[in-house]
Design a protein around this ligand. Structure first.
Ligand code: SAH
Length: 396
């Protein structure tokens, strides 16, 4: 008999709306002694069955629901169905945008809480972020081997969020042979490089794909500063789209080395490219103080807030870089600015950018509102799946 989780009165509401999280403070009692990651049955106080999910004894998110269908077992066939559906849902994008790199599984939004899987060529890179995902590792490997027989499987669960689940960081090959790193993947006719062993997260930021494309439409003949460039995605797109000059700026030397190689791979004019190893906060100030001006500036910083307590600091950080970036833009220049902090919602981000314009004494117009690419969908019952916000602004 599976252990039972009985919720407090009226705490079933979010589950009835198919939100997949049960918080520890919503639980009245636990019947049985479920182990870490074990599949449990969740009931309302009045005895109604609500869902079947994975138990996480140390996390505030005590249960993550796998299924809201009482007849659906959480077995290998379950994972096979979810993964097949996710692949099916991405076929149109793969075809439309010529993708050999895409997010196959976006966790909760693909009905697989705690599981991220990115594909680069014939390598699948997975992150198991929750107790439930952790105990399903072998099942997932079996399913992925069957559905993607040509693919190697590599795990990059070397992330801090696992601590909240009582899990240690893990990294390594799960199946097959890993090709030499870095490897090439393609999107929108552009070759990009990824190092799945040593890169950030799963190796590349696929969520910015549409925004790289959006940015490319502003840069022809322009002088572009690509801040927080990582492996140069935006910069490579910009050079290909005819930018007069591109400066990629990042603190990571290995990432900048990939940016350089990626420009070479695409046969771009390397005399127009400059890769600068620098702290963007300082670099922008140097440019401002020395009067350097750009036509287009891209700001794609890392996540500034991991929790609510960090939000005020994050707001100051976003305001600061946006303000100084605006000061470095020629009148009528373009700012492409992003926030991947899920805790900062789109209206707040817009307000911070507006405040930055006020303080910079510049008049800014929003031309486009941007978001994560469609292989990072947002489950309609899971608004937390929306995290990447962007604005394209003209700054006078
Ligand atoms: N725009 C990239 C993704 C950026 S991820 C793409 O499209 O692929 C954020 C990057 O910011 C990382 O590469 C990280 O090394 C870099 N970074 C973090 N803090 C920084 C700082 N203070 N100055 C410069 N780069 C920084």
């Amino acid at each position: 008999m599976a252990a039972k989780i009985i919720l407090k009165k009226s705490r079933e509401k979010s589950l009835l709306r198919r939100h997949p999280w049960v918080f520890s403070n919503g639980i009245e009692k636990v019947q049985g002694e479920p182990a870490l990651g074990e599949t449990v049955e969740v009931f309302a106080k009045d005895g109604r069955w609500l869902g079947r999910g994975a138990y996480s004894p140390q996390s505030q998110i005590r249960v993550r629901i796998w299924t809201f269908d009482r007849d659906e077992a959480v077995d290998q066939a379950f994972f096979a169905r979810r993964i097949a559906r996710a692949q099916q849902g991405r076929e149109f994008l793969i075809e439309r945008d010529g993708l050999t790199g895409y997010r196959l599984i976006a966790g909760e939004s693909d009905g697989l809480p705690g599981i991220t899987i990115d594909r680069f060529g014939d390598v699948l890179v997975c992150q198991l972020l929750s107790a439930g995902a952790e105990v399903q590792r072998e099942t997932l490997v079996e399913v992925l081997k069957a559905q993607f027989p040509q693919c190697a499987l590599y795990e990059r669960s070397d992330v801090d969020v696992r601590k909240k689940e009582g899990l240690k960081p893990v990294k390594g090959l799960l199946h097959g042979e890993l090709p030499d790193q870095p490897m090439v993947f393609e999107e929108n006719g552009i070759k990009l490089l990824v190092d799945v062993e040593h890169g950030h997260k799963t190796g590349a930021y696929l969520d910015q794909r549409d925004n790289r494309w959006a940015a490319a439409r502003y840069v022809k003949g322009q002088r572009v500063l690509n801040c927080f460039s990582y492996s140069g995605g935006f910069g490579t797109y910009a050079l290909k789209a005819g930018a007069k000059e591109v400066i990629n700026a990042d603190v990571s030397k290995p990432a900048l080395a990939l940016a350089q190689q990626s420009a070479e791979l695409n046969d771009l004019d390397l005399t127009r490219l400059n890769n600068v190893e620098a702290d963007v906060f300082k670099l922008l100030r140097q440019y401002r103080d020395s009067g350097e001006q750009f036509d287009v500036i891209i700001l794609d910083p890392p996540k500034f807030a991991d929790n609510k307590a960090q939000l005020p600091g994050a707001c100051r950080g976003y305001k600061d870089i946006n303000l100084v970036a605006m000061q470095c833009l020629k009148p009528g220049g373009i700012l492409l600015t992003y926030s991947c902090s899920g805790l900062m919602d789109a209206p707040l981000f817009q307000k911070i950018v507006a405040d930055a314009a006020l303080d910079a004494g510049r008049d800014a117009q929003i031309l486009e509102k941007l978001t994560q690419a469609a292989d990072h969908p947002i489950g309609s019952a899971y608004p937390e799946g929306f995290y990447l916000k962007g604005l394209a602004l003209r700054v006078w």
